[in-house]
Design a protein around this ligand. Structure first.
Ligand code: GDP
Ligand code: MG
Length: 604
C-alpha cells in the first residue's frame, strides 16, 4: 500500500465520551477484531486503565480498510491518546504522529473541559478535525446543542459532523470514509535517512522496552543500527512491526507508518525511552533534524513512601522498582525520615498520575506502606540571584538562615479550563477564588460555561476537582496545563510533638492557609495518637510562629513529669518496655507513636 493510502488519526475527546468504545467499533468494522470479542477496549492495555476507565499510555492499532468509494485498501493507524491531563506530553506526541483526528463529543454531556483543552493541543499540531457527536442513542442526547457548542467553541462546520452511537454501532460506517476523505495522508520519504519520533514506550518482561514510533522519513528493519538524539545511545533493532491489534512483526516499517520496535540487546530502562525523542540511522546525526520540542518529563507532585516495618524495605523496594519500570515519568530517589525510617521520594507529572501510582502500591502492599501527603515543589530565589527548587519540605532552609529573609518564594501555577452548567457558576467562582486563582476569561455556550483560571498547582493536590464535583452535582469537568511559577507568600509548616518536628509531616503552604491547616493537623494528630505516660503537647508551627496547639493528657498519673535528670535511665526503660510490647513503634523525640497512627493521620 503506497503512502498516499495511509491515514494516521486519533480521537480527541473528554474522558467517558466514548473514545475506547468507538475504537473497538472501528476495529470490529474493519475486521481487525471480531464482533462480540470478549477482549473489549482493546486499546486499554494496562489493568489500571480498565479499572479506572482511563487510558494512561498511548496505544495504537493498525486497520486495513477497503474504501467502498474506490475499492482500494487503505492502511489506517488509530493512535489512542492518554485520557488524562497529567500525560500532556504523551498526548502531544500522539497528536504529532497523526494527520487528523475525530473530535468526539458526548451528545448528552456536550463540550467539556478536556474537549476544549485537547482541541487546542490538536489545533496547535495542525490536525484536521472531524466533529463526531456520540451517544445519539441516549434519551438525554441533545445533538443540536452539542453541534451548536462545537460550532461556537471550535469554529467547526456542524454540517460536516457525523452523528453516531459507538454503543449500538449506529452511523459508524460513515466514519472511515470521512477519515479517508478529510484527513491528509502522511508525507515522508522512505529513501531518506531515518527520522523517527518516539511516541510511547512500555516494558515487556521478555523483550525489554518496546517503543511505539512514528516514522517520518526513511525505513526501519531488524539489524539496523540507530541512535537517539536525546541520549546519544545506540541501539540495534531486534524487531519491528505493527499493532494489529497485537504485535505483528514486519520485515520493515517505513515513512508514514506508526509501529513498534524493540532492540537487541533490549533497552533496559524505560527512562531511556524518552517520549518525543528522535532516532536516526547511526552516522546520520548531522544530516537529520531532530523533531522539535523535546522536553524531559517534569515532575510536579511529590510524595514520600515508607515501609511500615523496615524489615519490608527490600520487598517494597522491588515493587516500587517494578512500577517505575513501566512508567518513565515517575522520578525516584532514596529518602529518609527521622520518624518513618528509610524510604523513597517519588515525583509525578500531576495529581492523578500520583493517585494512580498510590492505588497500585496500596493494592499490592495494603497496610505495609505509608505514603505522605502529596506536595508541589517550591522555588526559592535568593537576593544574589541563586535559585533552588525544593521538592521535599524537609529540605526547606531554616528560618533563622539569613539568606532566606531576603529571598523570594515561588509556587507552581497551572492554567485550568473548567466546564460546568451555568446554574453552578456562582458556587464554582467561590471555590476558584478561594484557591487564590485569577480569572482569565469566561465563555457561555447556551447553558454551558467554560472558564479559564490560573490557579496554584497546590490546589489540585488539595482535591480541587473533588470540590468542584461536589459543588456541581458532579457536572464540573477540569483540565489544566503547566503555567510556570508565581511569586507567593509561602511558609513552611511543621507539626511539633513535645517541641520535636515530625519531619514526614512538614509542608510548604500559602500563609493564608497556615492557621486552618495547623488546627486541622493538631486535632487530627491528637485523635490518632495514643496517650502516653506523660503529657504530650502537639503544636503546629508556621515559619517561626505557633499557630495551633493541643494537649494529650497522660493516661495515668504523670510519672515521667516528676522524674529528675537522674531518672532518665528509668524513663528509657519505660519507653523500651513500651516498645517491646507493641510492634511498629516510632519515636519522635521522647514520644513513642504507633506506626498505625501515622498511617491514619496521613490517609485522608
Ligand atoms: P472513554 O473514556 O472516552 O474511552 O469512554 P468509553 O469508551 O470507556 O465510554 C464511557 C462510557 O460510555 C461506557 O460506559 C460506554 O459503554 C458508554 N458509551 C460509549 N459510547 C456510547 C454510546 O454511543 N451510547 C451509549 N448509550 N453509551 C456509550
Ligand atoms: Mg477509554
Amino acid at each position: 500500500i503506497p503512502i498516499e493510502r495511509y491515514r494516521n488519526f486519533c480521537i480527541v475527546a473528554h474522558i467517558d465520551h466514548g473514545k475506547s468504545t468507538l475504537s473497538d467499533r472501528l476495529l470490529e468494522h474493519t475486521g481487525t477484531i471480531s464482533a462480540g470479542d470478549a477482549n473489549k477496549q482493546v486499546l486499554d492495555k494496562l489493568d489500571v486503565e480498565r479499572e479506572r476507565g482511563i487510558t494512561v499510555k498511548a496505544q495504537t492499532c493498525t486497520m486495513i480498510y477497503k474504501n467502498p468509494k474506490d475499492g482500494l485498501d487503505y492502511l489506517l493507524h488509530l493512535v489512542d491518546t492518554p485520557g488524562h491531563v497529567d500525560f500532556r506530553a504523551e498526548v502531544t506526541r500522539s497528536y504529532a504522529s497523526c494527520g487528523g483526528a475525530l473530535l468526539l463529543v458526548d451528545a448528552s454531556q456536550g463540550v467539556q473541559a478536556q474537549t476544549v483543552a485537547n482541541f487546542h493541543l490538536a489545533f496547535a499540531e495542525g490536525l484536521t478535525l472531524i466533529p463526531v457527536v456520540n451517544k445519539i442513542d441516549m434519551a438525554s442526547a441533545d445533538v443540536e446543542r452539542a453541534l451548536d457548542q462545537i460550532e461556537r467553541a471550535f469554529e467547526l462546520e456542524p454540517s460536516k459532523a457525523l452523528r453516531v452511537s459507538a454503543k449500538t454501532g449506529l452511523g459508524i460506517e460513515k466514519i472511515l470514509p470521512a477519515v479517508i476523505e478529510e484527513i491528509p495522508h502522511p508525507v515522508g520519504d522512505a529513501s531518506k535517512p531515518l527520522r523517527m519520533l518516539l511516541v510511547d514506550s512500555w516494558y515487556d518482561t521478555f523483550r525489554g522496552v518496546i517503543c511505539l514510533v512514528r516514522v517520518f522519513d526513511g525505513q526501519l528493519k531488524a539489524g539496523d543500527k540507530i541512535v537517539s538524539f536525546a541520549t546519544g545511545n545506540q541501539y540495534t533493532v531486534g524487531e519491528v512491526g505493527i499493532q494489529y491489534p497485537n504485535q505483528v512483526p514486519q520485515t520493515l516499517i517505513r515513512a508514514g507508518q506508526v509501529g513498534y520496535v524493540f532492540f537487541n540487546p533490549g533497552m533496559k530502562k524505560i527512562q531511556d525511552a524518552k517520549i518525543g525523542d528522535t532516532f536516526t540511522n547511526l552516522g546520520c546525526e548531522n544530516v537529520v533534524e531532530p523533531y522539535p520540542g523535546f522536553e524531559e518529563p517534569k515532575p510536579m507532585v511529590f510524595v514520600a513512601a515508607f515501609p511500615t516495618d523496615q524489615s519490608n524495605y527490600t520487598k517494597l523496594s522491588d515493587s516500587i522498582g517494578q512500577l517505575v519500570l513501566n512508567d518513565r515519568s515517575v522520578t525516584l530517589q532514596k529518602d529518609s525520615s527521622d520518624a518513618l525510617g528509610a524510604g523513597w521520594r517519588l515525583g509525578f507529572l500531576g495529581s492523578l498520575h500520583c493517585s494512580v501510582f498510590q492505588d497500585r502500591l496500596r493494592q499490592e502492599h495494603g497496610a505495609d506502606v505509608i505514603i505522605t501527603e502529596p506536595s508541589v515543589p517550591t522555588k526559592i530565589v535568593y537576593s544574589d540571584g541563586e535559585e533552588d527548587i525544593i521538592t521535599n519540605p524537609a529540605q526547606f532552609p531554616e528560618y533563622d538562615h539569613h539568606r532566606l529573609r531576603s529571598a523570594t518564594l515561588y509556587e507552581p501555577v497551572v492554567k485550568a479550563t473548567i466546564a460546568l452548567p451555568e446554574d453552578y457558576y456562582g458556587r464554582v467562582i467561590e471555590i476558584l477564588e478561594a484557591t487564590r486563582g485569577t480569572n482569565e476569561g469566561v465563555e457561555f455556550f447556551g447553558n454551558q460555561v467554560i472558564m479559564k483560571y490560573e490557579i496554584p498547582a497546590a490546589s489540585l493536590v488539595d482535591d480541587l476537582f473533588g470540590k468542584l464535583k461536589g459543588a456541581t452535582k458532579g457536572y464540573a469537568t477540569l483540565d489544566y496545563e503547566d503555567a510556570g511559577w508565581r511569586e507567593s507568600d509561602l511558609v513552611k509548616m511543621n507539626l511539633l510533638v513535645n517541641k520535636e518536628p515530625v519531619d514526614a509531616i512538614a509542608r510548604i503552604v500559602h500563609r493564608s492557609q497556615a492557621v486552618r491547616l495547623g488546627r486541622a493537623w493538631v486535632v487530627k494528630f491528637k485523635e490518632h495518637v495514643s496517650r502516653q505516660m506523660f503529657e504530650v503537647v502537639i503544636q503546629a508551627q508556621a515559619g517561626r510562629q505557633i499557630v495551633a496547639r493541643e494537649t494529650l493528657k497522660p493516661f495515668r498519673k504523670d510519672v515521667l513529669a516528676k522524674l529528675h535528670a537522674s531518672d532518665i535511665s528509668r524513663r528509657r526503660k519505660l519507653l523500651e518496655k513500651q516498645k517491646e510490647g507493641r510492634k511498629r513503634l516510632r519515636a519522635v523525640g521522647n514520644v513513642v507513636i504507633e506506626q498505625e497512627s501515622f498511617q491514619k493521620f496521613l490517609s485522608k
